[in-house]
Design a binder for this molecule. Structure first.
Ligand SMILES: Cc1ncc(COP(=O)(O)O)c(C=O)c1O
Ligand SMILES: [Zn+2]
Length: 427
């Protein structure tokens, strides 16, 4: 598809309030199309909007009367106006759990919330980003949906493709957790294991786009990346709406490519600009696993450059050694007064158990990373316990069972005597 500069062409597709793609580095604008890098400076592109100006009360009422999923925010997303009527998984509006028991354990007094995205259709936040990418894929006439994935995205793409009537072919590192592989495979598309890390998979997919072999394929996180990223804004919208149209003071977000964190910041800024929430400071904290912590390392070293690493951690969903949005994450953490921190694999497992034991929420390893980092940041005094804090759980613990391998407290014969002998009876 030809790429036209916005000045010289009318936009070929209608994607709601989206008017152009703009370069995050030099600001050059391009028409809406399946492109992801600036033709001038090769910087990453993002969606630019003409957002509904005027009466915030009317917009708030319109949102609140919308469906109980991400499409309530359609006026702020690059999707057609009738998106809610199309066949899709309709993710979103997941629970914001007031985590008082966890707050007590961590010493947080200002209100602690867990945004629990394990409640999405394929049990991770990736359903949000895929839902937006599917609309772009439809608009651009793609027939096959594809992606490079650390596991959750593969499942989300397979499921969304099945429901929306696309073919799918997704690419993953060959050694992912069994739960994620099964979920990626069950929806009936092709699943290709690649011998290598996620970064190898991603590089391979970039080559495929430029080759006739990939003709007609929409890679949700490569040539549809500008649209895909916008799905993460809905996390920011929902958190504020669920807090009564109020900004949280602090948010703790996991980092793989860093896209989710940067788009949550974009979403919060939009809500302020639209007058939907009061304009006051908020801090964004990034969370990584120590075994794949290039952004955390750069933050601590005071660097602007993120040096790629070779991942080695149980948090495989966050195992991106060369995160595309890394430098933007550093900017946001510094600008908002936040930080980027990392935790060891043992701390991740402890945190998964802590969240399960205190709140009845079973997180995948990525959720262990955010809860573990929150605990560490409270202990070090970096995160202010007297402020309202939201911690993201982006995936379901059933996908990473091996991380917390556990069994019955005891196994006994089915008799009262055996139960008494086990020492668990109340008296
Ligand atoms: C469960 C989970 N949480 C968080 C992330 C981070 O996403 P991002 O690449 O937007 O930083 C991922 C990415 O795969 C993920 O699978
Ligand atoms: Zn540019």
């Amino acid at each position: 598809m030809a790429v036209q500069s916005v000045e010289s062409a009318t936009t070929p597709v209608a994607l709601g309030p989206a008017v152009a793609l703009s370069c995050r580095e030099c600001g050059e604008r391009f028409g809406l199309g399946p492109i992801f890098a600036c033709a001038v400076c090769f910087g990453p592109l993002e969606v630019a909007y003409e957002l509904p100006a005027g009466d915030p009360e009317a917009l708030r009422r319109r949102i609140e009367s919308g469906p109980q999923n991400i499409w309530r925010y359609a006026p702020l997303l690059p999707v057609p106006a009738d998106v809610a009527d199309k066949p899709g998984l309709n993710p979103g509006f997941t629970k914001l759990v007031k985590a008082d028991n966890l707050a007590r354990e961590l010493g947080v007094t200002g209100g602690l919330y867990v945004k629990d995205d394990s409640g999405n259709p394929t049990h991770s936040f990736k359903d949000r980003v895929v839902a937006i990418a599917v609309e772009a894929a439809r608009a651009f006439g793609f027939t096959t949906l594809s992606c490079s994935s650390t596991g959750n995205l593969a499942g989300a793409v397979g499921a969304a493709a099945a429901r929306a009537g696309f073919k799918s072919c997704v690419f993953i590192p060959h050694d992912l957790e069994a739960g994620k592989v099964v979920m990626a495979a069950v929806y009936g598309g092709d699943l290709v294991g690649i011998e290598g890390t996620y970064d190898d998979v991603n590089r391979f997919c970039s080559e495929l786009i430029g080759d006739p072999l990939g003709e007609g394929w929409g890679f949700v996180n490569v040539n549809l990346r500008p649209y895909y990223g916008e799905g993460s804004k809905t996390l920011a919208y929902e958190i504020c709406e669920q807090l009564g149209w109020r900004l949280p003071d602090q948010i703790v977000v996991p980092i793989a490519s860093g896209s989710q964190l940067t788009k949550i910041d974009k979403g919060l800024k939009e809500l302020i600009a639209l007058g939907l929430v009061e304009d006051r400071p908020y801090k964004i904290f990034g969370a990584q696993a120590e075994g794949c912590s290039p952004v955390s390392r750069a933050f601590k070293d005071g660097q602007d450059v993120v040096r790629p690493v070779k991942p080695d951690t149980i948090a495989k969903s966050l195992a991106i050694g060369n995160p595309a949005d890394g430098p933007y994450v550093l900017d946001i953490a510094r600008r908002t007064g936040g930080a980027v921190e990392d935790v060891t694999d043992a701390e991740i497992v402890d945190a998964i158990r802590l969240l399960a034991r205190t709140e009845g929420i079973f997180a995948e390893t990525a959720g262990g990373v955010t809860v573990g980092v929150t605990r560490k940041l409270v202990e070090s005094g970096v995160l202010d316990p007297s402020l309202t804090t939201v911690v993201l759980n982006t995936g379901d613990g059933l996908k990473t069972l091996d991380a917390v391998a556990a069994g019955p407290t005891v196994t006994i014969r089915p008799s009262l005597a055996a139960f008494r002998d086990a020492g668990l009876a109340a008296v």
